[in-house]
Ligand binder design. Sequence first.
Ligand code: HEC
Length: 104
Amino acid sequence: MIRHFLFFTLFFLFWACEAPSNNDPIKGEVSGEMVYKNYCLTCHGPKGNNKVANKLMLNQSELPDSLMRTKILYGAGSGMPAYKKMLSEEEVTAVIHHIKTLRN
Ligand code: HEC
């Protein structure tokens, strides 16, 4: 019995310590929503509805995909970090797609 408990605890710790993953474990593919939650939400807000640097709300951004990609990869203005070293092409594509679902 106690063995089971220990095993479970170890498993839980192992699971909890794993680095945040941008993959959707159910679909087994890169999830734009996970990328967004891990990297973008703190500044841009849960629905792209934070006003950052007194500038824009991401859910109102009208930028075409290609320009969004450039800003995400290389950063922009005052405070938008560059993600070239952190995100794969696939992850950038997925997060752009996710941002567009936040538009209303
Ligand atoms: C540290 C805060 C911060 C984080 C984290 C952050 N951003 Fe930004 N982002 C900004 C700021 C500030 C701007 C406005 C830059 C400017 O034009 O001065 C911006 C601008 C943008 C723009 C341009 C929108 C437009 O219409 O000009 C896009 C697209 C964008 N961010 C996407 C993302 C994505 C995707 C992520 C996560 C991978 C992310 N941001 C993470 C602060 C952040």
